[in-house]
Design a protein around this ligand. Structure first.
Ligand code: ARG
Length: 458
């Protein structure tokens, strides 16, 4: 069948080329955005007397019907159509007759597709932000229960200093708050209307781009029609935000996987969010967390794909740009799935406080505090550090821990040691003493919880 754009050519394309060229299999997900864009366009055309009000009413009624029919399943998407824009226009003309052909006055698929993508990403961004907030709420609920749960804090994956589990979880909350902010900030650049840029140069009709943008809820319109149709920065920004979000979820997943192992046994995921092995009956695998970690790679891939697609493109529209959709849609689907599974997975996690404490009691994570004790008694830090290190070495050699060494043994290293040292090196004291802003002390963690709470739903 000849294409709607048949003009210079007869519009008959080889089947192979037609399939290759077609984007409807993926851009059909933007049918609602496309139809709503067309409704606003019809309104504007009538407002500016480019078409009559009766014509606009007919077009809008037809479009409304198409929208309802696609939603109810009465109208099936025809996958032989070139793209969603062509499909809607074709059905509209079939249904309302000749007047349907007027909808494409003073616009082009170039500004239409840019509009659809912006409408789509605007909607998705708000829903992703809401999901990030759900995850934040799950994290806060667990963090609140573990303000005083002592665990080892790690650097180089070596036990470093005692912290609380609540403190550790809040580090992830801070990352997610930044993710939320990034999606919100990108909305400033998504929420700009390109419609009316037409093919690239604008139009000879006296249109009102502001009117049309307002009908679609845009705060601004793009200032340059060439930029209006060639700009995909907002997609790249969205993919970049998605990649950073996935990186955070992936780091969190990695810890959940480690903590669930017998070697750590700090947490256990609920059965609902784990799987078994087909051969090893004892297994309980953290598949969801592993998949989130794994899917991070594909979202990075989506970002790289689009950056690469755009890098060599001359202005203005090129068909290469059709490739933006699959990357964006894949990232949207992936982060939605990951966020959907992550929030309840975290909310139902079982925490083994005793194992965390046991791990914290090994590994001499109070050695810094032992050195600090000597500093407070007047020794320079470097000398105190050396003494503390020698005491740790003695303990390792003799299979002891700092808490079980006698005062007499301590005194062999320095006369400054007194009975009060035991109080100073107790894990609870070590945690409680870290009162610096953002630190691990109970009161500081409570403040961090309040901070995060103040940032969600606000
Ligand atoms: N399906 C196309 C895309 O996604 C729509 C724009 C087509 N424009 C054109 N000049 N052929 O990019």
């Amino acid at each position: 069948m000849a294409k709607m754009w048949a003009g210079r050519t007869d519009g008959v394309v080889s089947k192979i080329a037609d399939d290759f060229n077609s984007s409807i299999k993926f851009d059909c997900r933007m049918y609602e955005q496309d139809i709503k864009g067309s409704m606003a366009h019809a309104l504007m055309l009538a407002y500016k007397n480019i078409i009559s009000q009766t014509e606009a009413d007919t077009l809008i009624a037809g479009l409304e019907e198409i929208l309802a029919d696609i939603k109810s399943g009465k109208l099936e998407i025809d996958f032989t159509a070139e793209d969603i824009h062509m499909f809607v226009e074709q059905v509209l003309t079939e249904r309302v007759g000749e007047v349907g052909k007027k909808i494409h006055t003073a616009r082009s698929r170039n500004d239409q597709v840019a509009l659809d993508m912006r409408l789509y990403l605007r909607q998705e961004s708000y829903s992703i932000i809401a999901k990030i907030e759900e995850l934040l709420k799950s994290i806060i609920t667990i963090a609140e229960q573990h303000v005083k749960t002592i665990m080892p804090g790690y650097t180089h994956l070596q036990r470093a200093q005692p912290i609380t589990f609540g403190h550790h979880l809040l580090a992830y909350a801070m990352m997610l708050l930044r993710d939320k902010d990034r999606f919100l900030d990108t909305l400033k650049r998504i929420d700009i209307s390109p419609i009316g840029s037409c093919a690239l140069a604008g139009t000879t009709y006296e249109t009102d781009r502001g009117f049309e943008a307002e009908k679609l809820g845009f705060k601004e319109i793009c200032q340059n029609s060439i930029d209006g149709i060639s700009d995909r920065d907002f997609c790249i920004e969205f993919l970049s935000n998605a990649s950073i979000l996935m990186m955070h979820l992936s780091r969190f997943s990695e810890e959940i996987i480690l903590w669930s192992s017998w070697e750590f046994k700090f947490v256990e995921l609920s059965n609902e969010y784990t799987t078994g092995s087909s051969i090893m009956p004892q297994k309980k695998n953290s598949d969801m967390a592993e998949l989130v970690r794994g899917k991070t790679g594909r979202v990075y891939g989506d970002l790289m794909a689009l950056l690469t697609t755009l890098k060599g493109l001359p202005l203005a529209y090129n068909k290469d740009m059709q490739e933006d959709k699959e990357s964006v849609f894949d990232a949207v689907d992936t982060i939605n799935m990951c966020l959907d599974v992550f929030a309840p997975m975290v909310a139902t996690i079982k925490v083994f406080k005793e194992n965390m404490l046991l791990a914290a009691q090994k590994g001499f994570i109070n050695a810094t505090d032992l050195a600090d004790y000597l500093v407070k008694k007047g020794l320079p830090f470097r000398s105190a550090y050396k003494i503390s290190g020698s005491i740790v070495a003695k303990c390792i050699q003799e299979g002891k821990v700092l808490e079980t060494l006698t005062l007499q043994e301590y005194k062999q290293f320095s006369d400054l040691f007194e009975e009060d040292l035991y109080q100073e090196i107790s894990l609870t004291t070590c945690v409680e003493k870290r009162i610096s802003y953002g630190g691990t002390s109970f009161s500081s963690v409570e403040k961090q919880i309040e901070y995060v709470k103040g940032k969600i739903n606000g």
